[in-house]
Write a protein that binds this ligand. Structure first.
Ligand code: GLN
Ligand code: ZN
Length: 756
């Protein structure tokens, strides 16, 4: 039995690549010095895998920024505006990734998008009418040769032609059909070149295949690969899929001349069925993704062994591997010194997953698999009580009734009650919650965490900030105020730290994009709230003003989506646990005089399943109820707001409306208001605050500009439903631009009101 990984993390166990790149961006080190760091990291990653018995070790999974961008550069897909800067190769690359502003010009970065439903982001390549697709770059070959010089034979990895075409943006008049042939030629050249270099395998990553595919998609895929594979001689080609199953094209994939097919048995619900139903071609090797590349829990060998045995009934040739690249999990548990062994033994990060593969191999090859040490130890681990259950929480979840998901009275009646309750002027103004997290705010938090200031000092500092923030908002004339969120580092981490059932790591970083990494908290056990988490801050803030103060919470779906979830209970169950904890907070805020409460669901959209056919039953059917559970207990007079970061929810508008919030604010500035048409079309009933300006840039919008935006909005949204606010929290902005922008916003609204 041989072992394979789809890809390995690349930023370094201690984020060496991040720090080196950032130094390079600040011109503190040279290109050569940056290359040395990169080369070292690649060596360590290859050697780690070799030392753990991996047979198919990937190369070219390393990247200075992103693999889609690498592929674009390899294929000469570099837009003219970046070439014209006449920078070195690596600086042109970074200009595409991050934009360039300097003596040679001023060019924005290419667009960045979420990589399927992970928290990783890729750079969107642009193909224009005069793009000359051809094999230009050498990174793919250089890294293969580099590994061979270290005595390691690798399997070069590259994004496949189909996924590349589906994700790239065609910016001119040409269609996919017009560019497909040139792309095919480039891939053929890659195969030829590797043949000469003596590579035995090449891996084409084709995750796009796990979507719902149209007939045209399938035809395109076939057409591309019939041509690419036609000229293949001795090199063997692995078609690697991940993030789901390939039910729409399984038979077509099997019929093509691939030598290996990589399937995901973790997220691919139907992968086993497909093999059992249609068989697996005798002349191909199945690369079975049995180790989860996206979550950090230990693999359960009993289950995996059963799976392998089942698969062996249909395929005689099998390689064991990861379900997707390990870049989505942290490197190693070795650096987690604060977590006790009792916790750590239940986790496997990238390096520990390599050990799991090795152990599975021993088990599978043994004449007495159940007697092997690895099997016995693993079984014992899974039989142990993890000490993570809280009976009260479980009882509470079990006791949830259908009626708990419904707030009464219904929306229209509430809306009328709230209009009387609050007497807001037309177009009420507000903000999304956070105010600038200036250096002093961060320093105060760090000092408190380090123990250099007392908790009284910490609180006092924040209370002063809150007071200033309220004074400012009153001066500007906003209608619904916020306390500014000075006590929070991050909207999920803050609640994770307050809730029972969460664990935190020290070094478990995962790349989010480029040099940015995140450290998701871990859901260890049943989630409960020990005591109020935000009430003190909100009540203090409300005591300083007569205007309504918005309580500010993060919703259950977002908290869960930005964590590593448990695997022993369903996401639904976990979301309901968190929802009950947040519900208690909502009710406490209400009982303490907070009349407006915002529950942020910034990440609701992003974990929608890749297949539309799975949206309802796998996700929305629990995600929306979880949100409803949070607020269904409040009085009709209490106004519930929610906020979402992306407005790309055109396709789930009815679901968003059925969250049954009273007001929703969301980002619009970057998607040119097209969502408003869809809201109108669907008779969206929730009151809406589409962001009137973009907080992601330091630019100050003028009064005129905001008035114009509001006029456009009023063509689609009834005046009595329109709220006015920036498009997201102001945490990352500076103070002067925030004051000026908000002042202009309120000014624009005043002029509009006077006109009426
Ligand atoms: N209330 C949060 C804030 O204002 C929302 C952040 C977000 O949507 N990402 O920062
Ligand atoms: Zn937001």
């Amino acid at each position: 039995m041989k072992l394979s990984t789809v890809g390995y993390p690349r930023v370094g166990t201690l984020r060496e690549l991040k720090f080196a790149s950032e130094k390079y961006f600040r011109s503190e080190i040279t290109t050569q010095e940056l290359q040395v760091t990169a080369k070292n990291l690649r060596r360590v990653h290859w050697e780690t895998q070799r030392n753990n018995g991996i047979d198919y070790i990937p190369s070219n999974d390393f990247s200075f920024y992103d693999n889609m961008l690498d592929t674009a550069v390899l294929l000469n897909i570099v837009p003219l505006r970046y070439r014209e800067l006449q920078l070195s190769n690596i600086d042109t690359y970074f200009a595409m990734a991050r934009g360039y502003q300097g003596e040679k010009g001023d060019v924005k970065a290419l667009a960045m998008k979420k990589w399927f439903h992970t928290n990783y982001h890729y750079i969107v390549p642009e193909i224009s009418d005069n793009t000359e697709i051809s094999l230009k770059g050498t990174k793919l070959f250089d890294e293969f040769t580099e590994a061979r010089q270290l005595g390691i034979q690798t399997k070069p990895v590259i994004i496949g032609a189909f996924t590349f075409l589906k994700l790239a943006k065609l910016v001119g008049n040409k269609s996919i059909d017009d560019v497909a042939d040139r792309l095919v030629e480039a891939y053929v050249t890659i195969l030829e070149k590797f043949d000469t270099l003596g590579a035995q395998w090449i891996q084409f990553d084709e995750p796009y295949l796990v979507h719902d595919l149209s007939l045209d998609d399938i035809r395109l895929f076939e057409r591309l690969y019939q041509k690419i594979l036609l000229k293949k001689s001795s090199i063997q080609v692995l078609l690697q899929t991940y993030f789901g199953d390939i039910r729409d094209c399984y038979r077509e994939v099997c019929a093509l001349d691939f030598d290996g097919i990589g399937l995901d048995f973790i997220e691919g619900n139907q992968s086993v069925d497909l093999i059992q139903k249609h068989g697996f071609p005798l002349d191909k090797i199945l690369f079975a993704g049995v180790i989860n590349g996206k979550n950090i829990w230990r693999n359960c060998y009993t289950k995996t062994y059963d799976l392998i045995v089942k698969l062996q009934q249909n395929c005689s040739n099998m390689v064991l591997g990861t379900s997707c690249s390990l870049q989505h999990v942290p490197y190693t548990l070795k650096h987690e010194t604060a977590l006790s062994e009792d916790y750590k033994k239940h986790f496997a990060f990238a390096e520990e997953k390599l050990t799991e593969l090795e152990e599975l191999k021993v088990i599978v090859e043994s004449a007495q698999p159940f007697e092997t040490e690895a099997f016995i130890n693993n079984k014992e681990l899974f039989n142990q009580n993890r000490n993570c259950t809280n009976e009260n929480v479980q009882k509470r979840v079990a006791a949830i009734r259908e009626s708990d998901f419904t707030r009464l009275p219904a929306f229209t009646a509430r809306e009328a009650i709230q209009k009387k309750e609050f007497h807001f002027p037309l177009y009420p103004t507000t903000t999304i919650g956070s105010f600038p997290q200036t250096t002093d705010v961060k320093a105060n938090r760090t000092a408190y965490k380090k123990g250099t200031i007392s908790s009284e000092e910490y609180v006092l500092f924040n209370k002063n900030k809150i007071a200033q923030c309220i004074e400012l908002q009153e001066q500007m004339g906003l209608d619904v105020l916020v306390h500014g969120e000075y006590e929070r580092n991050d909207m999920v981490e803050y609640f994770g730290e307050c809730l029972n059932g969460y664990l935190f790591t020290e070094k478990a970083w995962v790349q989010s994009y480029g040099t940015r990494c995140v450290k998701p908290p871990v859901v260890w056990g049943d989630i409960s709230r020990e005591k109020p988490m935000t009430v003190e801050w909100s009540v203090y803030a409300q005591s300083l003003t007569k205007k309504p103060m918005k309580g500010m919470l993060t919703g259950p779906v977002t908290i869960l989506n930005w964590s590593f979830p448990r695997e022993d209970i369903s996401l639904k169950e976990c979301a309901y646990q968190i929802a009950l904890a947040i519900r208690d907070e909502v009710l406490d805020l209400e009982a303490n005089g907070i009349r407006i409460i915002q529950v942020d669901e910034a990440a609701l959209r992003e974990k929608l399943p890749l297949r539309k056919s799975d949206w309802r039953h796998e996700y929305l059917d629990w995600a929306i109820p979880a949100f409803r559970l949070v607020h269904s207990g409040v009085k009709p007079e209490t106004q519930i707001h929610t906020h979402m970061c992306y407005s790309e929810f055109t396709d789930i508008i009815p679901a968003i409306d059925s969250m049954d919030a009273d007001v929703i604010t969301f980002e619009t500035s970057r998607s040119n208001l097209s969502i408003l048409d869809s809201l109108q079309e669907h008779h969206f009933q929730t009151e809406v605050g589409p962001g009137v300006y973009d907080i992601h840039s330091a630019r100050i919008p003028s009064v005129e500009e905001i008035k114009y935006t509001l006029d456009c909005m009023l063509e689609k949204i009834p005046a009595e439903k329109l709220w006015v606010n920036p498009d997201c929290g102001l945490k990352t902005r500076g103070v002067p631009e925030t004051e000026q922008s908000l002042t202009n916003m309120v000014q624009a609204v005043k002029q509009l009101r006077n006109k009426q």
